[in-house]
Design a protein around this ligand. Structure first.
Ligand code: B1M
Length: 636
């Protein structure tokens, strides 16, 4: 059986002869090719040649974003209007949309002049990002900054015309042949609202826009419907069997209520229409999916790709397989950290593989892959080892072996501590409620009312506002509240504090401590960091946000300048985690280490790593970051 037949059988829910194995190699390949560290025998090979030589299937889902055929292919990245060799369509802007492009030093600024107003975007792609193998552009300036920007963007999309252009796709498909199944890119967003979230607004600001500009958002969503409908039509008429439909589902970012209301209907629509035309819809589910397990299963998608199980997320592989494999095909299942010697020993790696083969028995609807992709520092021999194990033990049906899948209740118990009852303080019930509701307008009137009645500002702050923020933070920890609730509550809190400030003494106003925080060099992930800042601010810490991609000297300089009690470091990539140690070492060198507590966090970081690099503490989430910050301040 060829790789292609094997993969197609797995997608159709039939039994292939053995488990298909298709590791995604682009990130690993680019970084190692740049630094001259490819395995000796593959020094002059492409990644497809390496996969073929090793007998692996080709992973052909994620487009090679950086291999644009012409500049226009990804010029409009910040609008999410893309076309690559993997696409089956091209696009044309309306002739009355005038496009002005200015480029300098890896930065591209574009202004779109439309008959209903102008909007602009700036994207960044540096040499450094290219060397690190990063495939996505960084959007420095988002198109939606305020209410006035919605209409021009709507206009652009209403008048955008897509047309069939699949010559390159057909060639690409022919090149892949029997070694894999090529997936055409419909879009990295699965629905118009997901598109707005992914491209048009800063990841954190999105939740404010979603709340504050509901009417404008809805109108924009409607203006984009035609773009999505054209996409479905063209992909449906193409010769592609696999369709890439949406990326980065995560129960924090695309939280369950949002996912159900704003994303699932379009996945269902695409899967229904495309499914009838013999196409398979695949979504890139590389995030934390615990809160989305049932929604994803029932969304209609045919393939969940980049499935990243524990220990990188909370969901064990057996749970993924048990919950999903009757309805959709899992593609992934091997967390990328398994390939890193500094994270996982050889014995642990082997143990995971043994476990995996039992956990996905009988092996139907399973395509093995490295989720989300093979990291630059992966031990190549481990990839080879997976291939060997598939050859030797991957014959289907696999034998189940003494695994007891976790029940949903057990998972919930393991991940959700019981939440505290709300204790209402009758005098401040209204403002507590405003914080919980995130109602920044109502809280201003209620605070003024309380002050007028003679309530002490200090009590309003402590018994009213801070106690409600504690509750939100706890609800976040237990999974009852999501990012938007936390952000809106914190914003209401800030409005209220502004009104109280003139009535508070210096001592009462004094913050609980100052925290300087940034995402380390090479890392552009900022949603988690922003949330940590919001939660710290919400309970009274003064915070200084150093942003993303912060080099070591900048951290040191900022510590000297701001003299914080705590320095917070965030990293989401295994490749950038070592930067945390570099910052701590540099602080030592400058004689600053004793003056500041260092706290670290981010998905791949853990307690042991924090200890090993000499940090003072690690927090797994925003709520724990608050607890830790308090503890560190008390120790100072
Ligand atoms: Co990226 N990405 N990504 N990504 N991305 C991850 C992190 C990844 C785990 C996906 C996967 O493999 N399944 C993987 C890293 C693998 C690894 O190294 N271990 C990955 C990869 C590979 C990449 C690229 C390399 C992809 C590529 O180009 N081929 C690229 C790298 C870009 C770069 O940074 N140089 C990339 C790009 C992106 C996007 C731009 C598309 C987007 C980021 C958008 C943004 O941040 N503005 C993105 C996203 C969204 C993700 C996932 C899906 C979600 C991250 C997130 O925001 N979660 C992520 C999957 C995952 O994490 N499992 C993934 C929600 C957020 C609230 O949680 O950030 O964990 P989190 O923050 C939590 C805690 O960790 C903690 O509190 C927060 C709130 O509770 N915390 C702290 C965080 N910082 C803290 C600091 C503290 C204390 C606690 O004290 C100081």
């Amino acid at each position: 059986m060829t790789h292609r037949e094997r993969i197609l059988r797995a997608i159709r829910g039939e039994m292939p002869d053995r488990l298909p194995f298709a590791p995604r190699l682009d990130l690993w390949y680019t970084a190692n090719a740049q630094s001259g560290t490819l395995p000796e025998k593959y020094k002059n090979h492409s990644f497809d040649e390496i996969a073929r030589a090793e007998g692996w299937a080709l992973h052909k889902i994620n487009p090679e974003y950086q291999k644009a055929r012409k500049p226009e292919d990804n010029l409009h990245w910040a609008l999410g209007i893309l076309s690559y060799k993997e696409s089956v369509f091209g696009f044309r802007f309306s002739p009355d949309v005038d496009i002005e492009v200015k480029e300098s030093g890896g930065r591209t600024k574009i202004t779109y002049h439309t008959p209903v107003g102008s909007v602009s975007t700036t994207t960044v792609y540096t040499e450094e990002m290219r060397k690190a193998g990063v495939s996505n552009f960084w959007v420095e300036e988002h198109v939606l900054k305020g209410a006035k920007d919605y209409r021009p963007v709507g206009y652009i999309f209403e008048n955008l015309k897509l047309h069939r252009d699949d010559r390159d796709f057909l060639q690409w498909k022919a090149d892949i042949g029997e070694d894999g199944v090529p997936f055409t890119l419909a879009g990295r967003a699965a629905s118009p609202m997901h598109h707005i979230q992914k491209y048009f607004v800063d990841a954190t600001d999105f939740y404010f826009h979603y709340h504050d500009y509901a009417k404008e958002m809805q109108a924009l969503e409607e203006s984009m419907g035609g773009f999505f409908a054209q996409t479905i039509q063209l992909v449906g008429d193409s010769s592609a069997e696999g369709v890439y439909w949406g990326a980065n589902f995560d129960d924090m970012i695309t939280y369950p209520a949002f996912f159900a209301k704003d994303i699932v209907p379009w996945i269902r629509k695409a899967a229904d229409i495309l499914g009838r035309k013999g196409k398979y819809v695949s979504c890139h589910c590389d995030g934390e999916n615990l809160g989305l397990l049932d929604l994803i299963r029932d969304s209609g998608m045919h393939i969940a790709e980049a499935v990243t199980p524990a220990p990188m997320t909370k969901v064990p592989i057996e749970e993924y397989y048990r919950r999903w494999s009757d309805k959709l095909t899992l593609f992934g299942g091997i967390p990328s950290i398994l390939l890193l010697r500094e994270s996982v020993s050889d014995e642990e790696f082997e143990a995971y593989l043994d476990h995996l083969f039992k956990a996905v028995a009988p092996g139907k609807r399973m395509i093995l892959g490295i989720a989300d992709s093979t990291p630059p520092k992966a031990v190549f021999e481990r990839l080879v080892r997976i291939g060997e194990k598939v050859e030797k033990d991957g014959r289907l049906p696999l034998e189940a072996g003494g695994l007891r899948p976790l029940t949903p209740a057990a998972i919930a118990a393991a991940t959700k501590p019981p939440s505290r009852e709300i204790v209402w303080d009758e005098e401040f019930r209204q403002v507590q409620n405003d914080i919980l509701e995130g109602d920044q307008a109502a809280i201003q009137g209620h605070i003024r009312g309380l002050l007028k009645k003679g309530a002490k500002a200090e009590y309003i702050l402590k018994r009213g506002l801070l106690s409600a923020m504690e509750i939100i933070s706890e609800r976040f920890k237990t999974g009852e509240a999501f990012i938007p609730e936390v952000l809106l509550s914190a914003r209401a809190m800030n409005e209220a504090v502004k009104l109280l400030e003139p009535h508070l003494s210096g001592a009462q106003l004094a913050a609980k401590g100052k925290v300087l925080i940034g995402t380390v060099k090479g890392d552009l992930h900022d949603i988690g960091k922003n949330l940590v800042i919001t939660m710290l601010k919400g309970v009274g810490f003064a915070t200084v946000d150093l942003g993303i991609d912060v080099p070591v000297p900048a951290f040191v300089k900022a510590v000297e300048e701001h003299k914080p009690h705590i320095l917070g470091l965030s990293a989401l990539l295994t490749t950038t985690m070592p930067q945390m140690k570099a910052v701590i070492d540099a602080l030592k060198q400058k004689g600053l280490r004793d003056r500041v507590k260092v706290m670290v966090g981010g998905a791949p970081v853990n307690e042991k790593f924090a200890r090993d690099i000499g940090a003072d503490g690690y927090a797994p989430d925003g709520a724990e970051a608050v607890t830790l910050a308090r503890k560190l301040i008390a120790e100072k």
